[in-house]
Design a binder for this molecule. Structure first.
Ligand code: IMP
Ligand code: MG
Length: 173
């Protein structure tokens, strides 16, 4: 297994997080805001993002998975749902990466059934080339090429989430 040098450095990530938080703060000024972080991948991004958002907010979490090693199973499983009632709330779903779009699309449809006041999606990374399901993304940090990346919450086999930067992961053997 080889972890390359940083593909996105700590500084690049932190600058982008601030930029996204500024936009979000403007868009939700005077409105209620419920941020839902999609775990596990978005834990680091969501934590930095909410620290930089300047409007009052509530935070909740949903744990879901769809990924098996470096390929997607295409099946989404929700292990632990939000505890907040999202009906009539302005919900911002925060995810680490949009890849095929299957996970975000599944969670989006699930949330829309509960009739939130609004539902927007914020992702740090967008691997557009890989998209299978077209899901609307309202806030995007970086568009990245079709490479498997780890760090800053993103994993390979549940490892490397703790790296403070994002690196391209290459499997040897
Ligand atoms: P999707 O349903 O195919 O869009 O997959 C989304 C999920 O796959 C994300 O929440 C990530 O957990 C995982 N994923 C997709 N691409 C990568 C990657 O490059 N590195 C690590 N995880 C990834
Ligand atoms: Mg993941």
């Amino acid at each position: 297994m080889v972890i390359g040098k940083p593909f996105l450095t700590v500084n690049q990530i932190q600058d982008k997080v601030k930029e996204l938080a500024e936009k979000i703060s403007k868009d939700y000024e005077g409105k209620d805001l419920l941020v839902v972080a999609l775990l596990k991948g978005a834990f680091m991004f969501a934590s930095d993002l909410v620290k930089a958002i300047r409007v009052p907010l509530t935070i909740d979490f949903i744990t879901a998975s769809s990924y098996v090693k470096t390929g997607t199973s295409g099946e989404v499983k929700v292990h632990c749902d939000v505890r907040e009632d999202i009906r009539n709330k302005n919900v911002l779903l925060v995810e680490d990466i949009a890849d095929t779009g299957i996970t975000l699309n599944y969670i989006r449809e699930r949330f829309l059934q509960r009739e939130p006041k609004s539902l927007r999606i914020c992702v740090l990374l967008d691997k557009k080339e890989r998209r299978i399901v077209d899901v609307p993304l309202d806030y995007v940090g970086f568009e990245i090429p079709n490479e498997f990346v780890v760090g800053y919450g993103l994993d390979y086999d549940n490892k490397f989430r703790n790296l403070p930067y994002i690196a391209i992961f290459k499997k040897t053997t």
